[in-house]
Design a protein around this ligand. Structure first.
Ligand code: NIG
Ligand code: FE
Length: 411
């Protein structure tokens, strides 16, 4: 079966992740073009009359003056967890810092206690509506991390839940093992023993299960230091798990540099990345994944230096960091707004960072995140007259329809 998407005001091709001085992507916005889809893939993008003649029997989708873009690729989420942490938000709004709440027994370890007490079935049931929220915001591919189990069986339980969720809803899920999200309470006074457990038991078990593609570490002062992070990620590499790092989120500690040294897929957060870190990322294939919803929600005054990263030549992705502690939003369009309003990115760069940039951060090389022949027909129709209107319409519900592999799944 063939489908033709017609009458879009604009078709945003997103030819690749944003790069230096390439703001005016010539293929970014095209008027008067249609998109032909066959067997789950985009087969042609071209003038409407031409495509109608070439595909006379195709079913038509009337885009009614909206904007068509590739499906969004959210390359950093912690979408599988138990309860929300609403109580912490009240404390934070009164000025108690995130790391202080963690020291008092809240934070990630509060979610760990909660998740350990839940069954795999419960996790699936609780997470399904959250993935629906991501989908309703235009996401067609999402990375999901474990990291609230912090014990072999609880991490595997989380990864099994992710695999089940992948088959229960339309978003393609890319799983990441984040056993190094925090040191669990039972290892508080012997932190290196937890690193030992990760390297000797958890990583081999996760690799053996085939339930994760990436291995991630929260490298931050007071959590995992450089030596521990390197050891964990090298063990992951030895077992075929590609590295990612929560790097330089609140206080820089060389995470970006380590990510580049290890050839990591991405260095994420970068709220306090150093000049050396920016230079290292610029000269590498490691994607700088920026998560401004987190710094916004934590009330931090400064955002990651997106402009400096782009101008230096780094590849940039935008993601939600969807999680119950520091970023409870499923909205990548909001993240795009934050990137434009607070980080000096242009609307065109923000869209490419949330599509092709996310695909690069997940090392997906099937054209995903672009709207070009050969790419999967993962598409979003926006109630917007141009792609630039997506971040401009701050927090408005502008998604009119979502297609995954050519099948309509929203709208
Ligand atoms: O990316 N930084 C570590 N992990 C998450 C926070 C998770 C949580 O607070 O539950 C983050 O911000
Ligand atoms: Fe995170």
């Amino acid at each position: 079966m063939q489908t033709l998407f017609v009458r879009a005001a604009e078709v945003a091709a997103c030819s690749g992740p944003p790069r230096q001085a390439e703001d005016a992507d010539p293929a970014a916005a095209r008027q008067g073009v249609a998109v032909a889809v066959e067997r789950g893939r985009i087969v042609e993008v071209g003038p409407e009359a031409e495509l109608r003649a070439r595909f006379p029997r195709a079913a038509e989708v009337d885009c009614a003056g909206g904007t068509l873009t590739p499906g969004l690729v959210d390359s950093h989420t912690h979408a599988v967890f138990g309860r929300w942490r609403t109580d912490e938000y009240a404390l934070r709004s009164q000025g108690v810092p995130y790391m202080e709440i963690a020291r008092r027994g809240g934070g990630i370890n509060a979610s760990v206690r909660d998740l350990r007490a839940r069954s795999e079935d419960e996790l699936v049931e609780l997470s399904l509506p959250r993935l629906r929220d991501l989908l309703a915001n235009g996401v067609t591919t999402a990375e999901v991390k474990s990291g609230y189990g912090l014990a072999t069986e609880d991490e595997l339980k989380t990864l099994r839940a992710i695999r089940r969720l992948a088959s229960l809803q339309p978003i393609e899920l890319i799983p990441t093992f984040l056993g190094a999200h925090e040191v669990p309470p039972e290892y508080r006074d012997r932190r290196d023993a937890y690193v030992e457990l990760l390297v000797e038991e958890m990583i081999p078990a996760v690799a053996e299960s085939g339930l994760a593609r990436f291995c991630d570490v929260f490298m931050e002062p007071g959590v995992f230091d450089r030596a521990q992070s390197e050891r964990i990620l090298r063990a992951g590499l030895d077992h075929g798990l590609r590295p990612k790092i929560h790097a330089d989120e609140l206080e820089g500690s060389g995470g970006a540099e380590l990510a580049v040294e290890l050839g990591a897929a991405s260095a994420d957060h970068l709220g306090d990345v150093s000049e050396a870190g920016i230079a290292a990322l610029a000269g590498s294939r490691t994607v700088a994944t920026l998560l401004p919803a987190t710094l916004f929600f934590l009330g931090r005054p400064n955002f990651a230096p997106a402009r400096a990263l782009l101008d230096a030549g780094a590849t940039v992705a935008l993601a939600t960091d969807f999680n119950p502690g520091s970023s409870p939003t499923p909205s990548l369009p909001f993240v795009m707004t934050a990137a434009c309003s607070r980080m000096g990115m242009s609307p065109a760069e923000a869209l490419r960072a949330a599509t092709a940039g996310g695909a690069a951060a997940l090392e997906l090389a099937d054209g995903r995140g672009t709207l070009a022949p050969g790419a999967p027909a993962d598409l979003v129709l926006w109630r917007c007259a141009s792609a630039g209107e997506i971040p401009y319409r701050l927090a408005a519900p502008v998604v009119a329809g979502v297609w995954k592999g050519g099948v309509r799944v929203v709208g």
